[in-house]
Design a protein around this ligand. Sequence first.
Ligand code: IMP
Length: 202
Amino acid sequence: MNRRIVFATGNKDKIREASQILDGFDIPVVSMKEAGVSADPEENGTSFEENALIKARAVAALLESDSDIVLADDSGLVIDALDGEPGIYSARYLGHDTSYHEKNLHLISRLDGVPDEKRSARFVCAIAAILPDGTELTTTGSFEGSIGYEEKGDHGFGYDPIFYLPDLGVYSAELSDEEKHARSHRGQALRAMRDLLKERLV
Ligand code: IMP
């Protein structure tokens, strides 16, 4: 039985991070493309968990092997002073074609006049898994910080340059991949999923 973990993403960084975290299973983590499927379902759920499940179910429905495990994630930035925006709409915020530089500057300008103590925010990630017997599992992780007053740092992606980590005194885009993965929403959710899978995949 050639079990695989098929990650419903086209993002190589996500596959690499998942492979590192799920290393102990001896089950290869492959992309949708490597598994020979492609799915881009409408993410019309109302939570990160629902959207992760929508992606995982769409891929599971296309796979012919009945021994594959499907993983999918959904994530975003939740800003308290903006009632949780951009939230589940983080990737679509201001339109897919708008650069993150513009999105970041726009968010900073929307927080104009908001004092430090009210600039709290978090990155949230949900991971969904569908097991060969159809069992659905979800885990979540959250990475606490606040919205800064400028962009800083060259690492990471998306909203990392405006996500300030008060405890460390740096922006998320100033962390190395390893430093970020050790604390990030996605790292936490993946490690929690690894622990759930450990109990089931013996
Ligand atoms: P997803 O790939 O559909 O989960 O898209 C989530 C969106 O949330 C990304 O396009 C980014 O805009 C944002 N996002 C999620 N995680 C991070 C992160 O670790 N750093 C910066 N932006 C993030």
